[in-house]
Design a protein around this ligand. Structure first.
Ligand code: SF4
Ligand code: FES
Length: 145
């Protein structure tokens, strides 16, 4: 499961999904926050890129809090995996802290865990899987202001 990568294309954009990274936040498929015409886990395949415009797909993919969803344009080369030694932290609006890069997380019990590529940390305080985001910020309506 760890390295499975699925790709779905409408001929213009390719949606890339990494199941092991998905935190099942529901953001991509619930009507209030998502694009159920494209992302529908009740159906197979669960991603149907022909369901919306390329622009709308990109907008939705960029809202994925875990980095499980990404995209590349078919007329551009597929981006290489990020190999930068420097970690980058992005504060997602009304959502988690996304940390890009390989990091070691030291938990309150002293145990260490290595996380790779993209990790979403809860910023709203409501995750059932702290310190990671589990998408609960959407349910509780977390707002930055
Ligand atoms: S938005 Fe991302 S993390 Fe959430 S369910 Fe969709 S793919 Fe998984
Ligand atoms: S920020 Fe996502 S659950 Fe808290």
């Amino acid at each position: 499961m760890e390295n499975i990568v699925k790709k779905y294309t409408n001929g213009e954009v390719t949606i890339v999904w990494k199941p092991a990274t998905c935190i099942h936040s529901t953001i991509c498929w619930k009507r209030a926050t998502g694009l159920p015409e494209v992302f529908n886990p009740m159906e197979r395949p669960w991603v149907k890129p022909e369901g919306a415009t390329t622009e709308r797909i990109i907008e939705q993919v960029n809202k994925c809090p875990s980095g499980a969803l990404s995209f590349f344009m078919n007329n551009e080369s597929e981006p290489a995996e990020e190999t930068s030694a420097e970690a980058k932290v992005e504060v997602m609006p009304n959502g988690p802290l996304k940390v890009y890069g390989d990091v070691i997380v030291k938990h309150t019990d002293g145990k260490e865990e290595t996380k790779q590529k993209v990790t979403a940390f809860c910023r709203c305080g409501n995750s059932g899987n702290k310190p990671y985001c589990d998408g609960s910020h959407v349910k509780v309506g977390f707002r930055d202001e």
